[in-house]
Write a protein that binds this ligand. Structure first.
Ligand code: ZN
Length: 293
């Protein structure tokens, strides 16, 4: 996380991109605009009547199957927000209006790196209000079957320690990843890690109307335990690095940078949503804090 500024930040200038959505397969234009302090990250469905807005908060989550999808009480939705949210989190963007001409954030290359490059090119400005941090005060842990868990624990700075196990599927094993530090470390070790999936699952997802935009251009595709992408993997353990990327994006739905240690085994979007629900449902588990410049 970018803890370098004790003040809230937004973009110096608006910027645009266009790309295909992973699940819809539709190309959408996205414009990211500066927003005033205290505004937070807000999505706008500019293609819908009345241009409904959806706040980037855990309480807006409406679906966590294969991506994180947000919605408002009028039924407007925005899907696959997690990779953009990860970029906004690590760049230290507190306030932004994300105008979207479609139902889904452009998937780009399946990672966060293109968004980080665009944010860096636009530049950031400090605002006068202090940035609130969300300090976790006690362990919050959720457990599932076969050792699956997600946990937030008190810590002075954000870190992520994740293990991901394919469980022997197609002969694939377990990967362990760790991240701590700021934007530079994230760019080097995590940001370029892409989404992944099995070729044999693709048809089932297509039949459900999902992954229609998936291709070897934006997804690591595994078949018979081998990577089908002609250029192979970006890291030998790209899978677990991407799991960390997804966690950073999903957890930014807390609405502020987290001061916590995140640990998990086989996490997913649903678990991150439940983890934030559990955290916020216990008022003694967290507090907002400001830092002195
Ligand atoms: Zn992802």
């Amino acid at each position: 996380m970018n803890h370098s500024s004790p003040f809230q930040q937004t973009f110096r200038q608006p910027f645009q991109c266009r790309g295909v959505g992973l699940h819809s397969g539709q190309s959408s234009e996205m414009t990211l605009e500066p927003a005033p302090q205290g505004h937070g990250i807000v999505f706008e469905r500019s293609d819908l009547e009345g241009k409904p807005k959806i706040h980037a908060r855990f309480s807006s989550v409406v679906n966590t199957f294969m991506c994180t999808q947000l919605g408002n009480n009028q039924g407007a939705t925005v899907a696959t927000i997690e990779h953009l949210m990860a970029a906004l989190a690590v760049c230290g963007v507190d306030n932004a209006l994300v105008r979207l001409q479609g139902p889904e954030i452009p998937f780009m290359d399946g990672s966060s790196l293109p968004f980080i490059h665009m944010i860096e090119a636009a530049g950031l400005v400090e605002q006068s209000a202090p940035r609130p941090f969300l300090r976790v005060l006690k362990d919050i842990r959720l457990e599932g079957t076969e050792g699956r868990f997600v946990q937030l624990s008190p810590a002075e700075a954000f870190s992520a320690h994740v293990s991901f196990d394919f469980g022997g599927r197609q002969g694939m094993g377990k990967y362990i990843g760790y991240f701590s530090g700021g934007l530079d470390a994230f760019k080097k070790d995590i940001a370029s890690a892409r989404s992944f999936g099995f070729y044999e699952d693709a048809q089932k997802l297509y039949d459900k109307g999902l992954s229609l935009g998936a291709s070897l251009e934006n997804t690591v595709v595994i078949d018979n335990g081998k990577v089908m992408n002609p250029d192979g993997l970006r890291f030998d353990d790209e899978y677990v690095r991407h799991k960390i990327l997804d966690a950073v994006g999903d957890l930014y739905l807390a609405g502020a940078p987290l001061q916590a240690a995140y640990t998990a085994h086989n996490p997913g979007h649903e678990w991150h949503h439940k983890l934030l629900q559990a955290l916020f449902s216990d008022p003694s588990a967290w507090t907002y804090e400001e830092k002195n410049g």
